[in-house]
Design a protein around this ligand. Sequence first.
Ligand SMILES: NC(=O)c1ccc[n+]([C@@H]2O[C@H](COP(=O)([O-])OP(=O)(O)OC[C@H]3O[C@@H](n4cnc5c(N)ncnc54)[C@H](OP(=O)(O)O)[C@@H]3O)[C@@H](O)[C@H]2O)c1
Length: 334
Amino acid sequence: MKTLVTGGGGFLGRYIVEQLLAQQAQVRILARGHYPDLVQQGVECIQGSILDPRTVDRACHDIDTVFHCAAKVGVWGPFKDFYETNVIGTQNILHSCQAFHIRRFIYSSSSSVTYEGKDQIMADETLPYPKTFLSPYSQTKAHAEQLVLSANGKNNVLTCALRPHLIWGPRDTYIIPRLLTQAQKRKLRIIGDGKNLTDITYVENAARAHLLAAEALKSGSPVPGNTYFITQGKPVVLWEWVNELLKLFDLPIVTKHLSANMAYALGVGFEKMYALLHLHTDPPLTRLIAKQLSTTHTYSIQKAKDHFGYDPIISTAEGMQRLLIYDSKERQST
Ligand SMILES: NC(=O)c1ccc[n+]([C@@H]2O[C@H](COP(=O)([O-])OP(=O)(O)OC[C@H]3O[C@@H](n4cnc5c(N)ncnc54)[C@H](OP(=O)(O)O)[C@@H]3O)[C@@H](O)[C@H]2O)c1
């Protein structure tokens, strides 16, 4: 299998790359950064942006399967930046896939494409896209997902979209480090009553889902043109899980509460202030963060199980141990 992983040096992308290498696949990545350790492992690295069609053509040439993982992720930033990377970038990859008759295109989407700030309980893929989005990230990921799905079958390219929810694990540079730093500074607050459930996805399970979907992405199977929620399949009480993590890392647990309404109002305020002042760093709270931390959002993974045999083989407890081991090794090496 000749594969291209866009964003293959990133958090999720790198696990997809490693699992492909373990299956003896030929792996090329396309990313703006330089990843010499991946080159050492036999990965061909094309350095450039998905916004540059010529670079994208170069990356897609002679490939049979594309894992499109590159994205602008985050809770804050100008809409234009999210739109360019997530929508135009995805369009560029799709065009090259069609031009080169690439057989399979697996899109790393996100459960947030369906999220409008209300409780979602065991939601499945029949859930419509919301009318309004709480962040440019989710809006542009939803736009890109629709492009991917409508491209299915054109020029014989088969497409599908995976929607993992809250990916975590070793090498995460965003969610877990941010959480631990906030806890260290004793700035964390339980938003709402602290009883809300959430689904989470251990990163190696999320990556495996991509490989399984790719295997099943062929004509005659139900996968082409479909979306799939991906999680651990076992929701956690969000704030209990956070506190378990904090205990594991010997950090003070979070006990103080902030009401969900107050957190939302602060999110609105911070967003206005940051927009007015053109601040590009992440605000302490946004509307999306306030809602995500105080509502229940759980998703059914039945469709992924039925259509391509997804099974979250690494449990949450095992994932947490792997995270801890990774963290202590990192501390020793610095
Ligand atoms: N983390 C989560 O909880 C989560 C949940 C659901 C879905 N997802 C999806 O999973 C995918 C990977 O997310 P992640 O958490 O692994 O984020 P990440 O570590 O930031 O990975 C994204 C990668 O995309 C690359 N990239 C960004 N802009 C690019 C551009 N213009 N051209 C080429 N490459 C570009 C970046 O590499 P360079 O800087 O080297 O270019 C980056 O490493 C994304 O599509 C995201 O929407 C993530």
